[in-house]
Design a protein around this ligand. Structure first.
Ligand code: NDP
Ligand code: GDR
Length: 391
């Protein structure tokens, strides 16, 4: 295809009715290399879709989560990757016009809340304006009535607690540059749905985790540390606010909800959550319980230490470096609307999630000793200033 926006291919597919067009089952995923992107790709491939993914050019390897799905591009692969970025409108228009997707899942984001305080403008650009760029690319190519659009909205929109459990009608009060950027994205999706009659949905997803979770999110940081402590490779786990409460589910369940949102008669916004909340402290305790260590907490603030009930000291310490300037204290979602209208229900419970993550990290750690030791020491840009492995 040439670089023109309205190509003969586009004209041909535009002559199809929206129903005929959708039968092609072509998905475009931004953020395909992330946790959710990888599970969603597996799900869509299993349903017979061709999946196109936007990947960022990186000097180091960033396709580890989807490399098992990759086939030589000369063998008519069902997963096709394109270089791109949510900050680059021209590139987005070009990819949408090349791919002619029937469904777009906008999962790409600078997704770390703490990092968003350090990179506020960039986060706003990618997570907020990036969504607008993609919606406008659909319009530019002339696919407004053909494409179904999923936006990765988030429980971070709720931020400061106004009511619990949080549902689709709970007012928003974001508490980070990330949350504010996602608020813009949420409303631009609603606006384009109303202004242009687009099939566009917000999935307001509460935290969801898995063995593929990024290593600097708290659950994975804990499961990784438990594995390393268990194998005698690490002595101590440093954390921030261990009293924060989160509604944690499994990512595999949540990508199914994303797909369901795009299969309805009318577009709408849905909360996906478990309806349970747990503290970070509980996540730590459950994780150590997987290796048969029960811990008690002593002290508070910086001096807080978790000890095993009998002899061994489990060194879990609090470093204020991990505190956020403004915190989201409590997330607890109400998934009733998704339960009723989508028939969506989470399958994996909290205990099973924790167990799966810890056991997976023990296994990986046994196999890739050196890689994982070096990752363990690399938890964000400030890390070298703080003791991590030495208590
Ligand atoms: P990850 O951080 O694992 O993945 C983020 C993805 O976005 C990666 O593929 C990343 O690419 C890509 N990305 C980052 N910056 C850009 C950019 N400028 N242009 C294009 N792509 C970019 O996130 P998750 O999979 O956990 O989450 C998926 C989405 O859902 C995100 O939007 C997140 O904000 C949102 N969300 C997540 C929740 C969760 O609990 N996991 C809950 C609610 C919402 P690379 O691999 O190159 O870094
Ligand atoms: P969150 O996830 O901010 O909820 O955003 P994260 O796992 O980073 O934090 C959860 C809670 O744990 C506390 N915490 C720590 N967090 C990290 N990362 N590291 C620590 O050492 C630590 N110690 C305590 C945090 O303060 C927080 O309260 C995730 C992301 O996936 C977003 O993209 C998504 O939108 C929301 O979930 C829903």
């Amino acid at each position: 295809m040439s670089g023109t926006v309205v190509s003969p291919d586009v004209l041909k597919v535009l002559s199809l009715s929206p129903e005929e067009y959708r039968k092609r089952k072509v998905a475009l995923i931004t953020g395909i290399t992330g946790q959710d992107g990888s599970y969603l790709t597996e799900l869509l491939l299993s349903k017979g879709y061709t999946v196109h993914g936007l990947i960022r050019r990186s000097s180091s390897f960033n396709t580890g989560r989807i490399s098992h799905l990759y086939k030589d591009q000369h063998e008519r692969p069902k997963m096709v990757l394109h270089y791109g970025d949510l900050t680059d409108s021209t590139n987005l228009v070009h990819i949408v016009s090349q791919v002619l997707p029937t469904e777009i899942y906008n999962l790409g984001a600078q997704s770390h809340v703490k990092v968003s305080f350090d990179m506020a403008e960039y986060t706003g650009d990618v997570d907020g304006l990036g969504t607008l760029r993609l919606l406008d690319a659909i319009r530019t190519v002339g696919l407004t009535n053909h494409v179904r659009f999923y936006q990765a909205s988030t429980s971070e929109l709720y931020g400061k607690v106004v009511e619990t459990p949080q549902s689709e009608t709970t007012p928003f009060y974001p508490r980070s540059p990330y949350g504010v950027a996602k608020l813009y994205a949420y409303w631009i999706v609603v606006n384009y749905r109303e202004a242009y009659n687009m099939y566009a949905c917000n999935g307001i997803l509460f935290n969801h985790e898995s063995p593929r979770r990024g290593r600097t999110f708290v659950t994975r940081k804990i499961s990784r540390a438990v594995a390393e402590i268990h194998l005698g490779k690490q002595e101590c786990l440093w954390l921030g606010n261990i009293d924060a409460k989160r509604d944690w589910g499994h990512a595999k369940d949540y990508v199914e909800g994303m797909w369901l949102m795009l299969q309805q008669e009318c577009p709408d916004d849905f909360v996906l959550a478990t309806g349970e909340t747990h503290t970070v402290r509980e996540f730590v305790e459950k994780s150590f319980a997987v290796i048969n260590k029960s811990i008690v907490w002593e002290g508070n603030g910086e001096n807080l230490v978790g000890r095993e009930k009998d002899t061994n000291i489990i060194r879990v310490r609090v470093d204020p470096k991990y505190f956020r300037p403004t915190e989201v204290d409590l997330l607890l979602g109400n998934p009733e609307k998704a339960n009723k209208q989508l028939g969506w229900k989470r399958k994996v419970d909290f205990d099973s999630l924790v167990k799966e993550m810890v056991l997976a990290d023990i296994e990986v750690n046994n196999e890739h000793t050196e890689i994982y030791i070096s990752h363990a020491q690399n938890d964000g840009p400030n890390l070298f200033a703080a003791p991590v492995n030495k208590c």
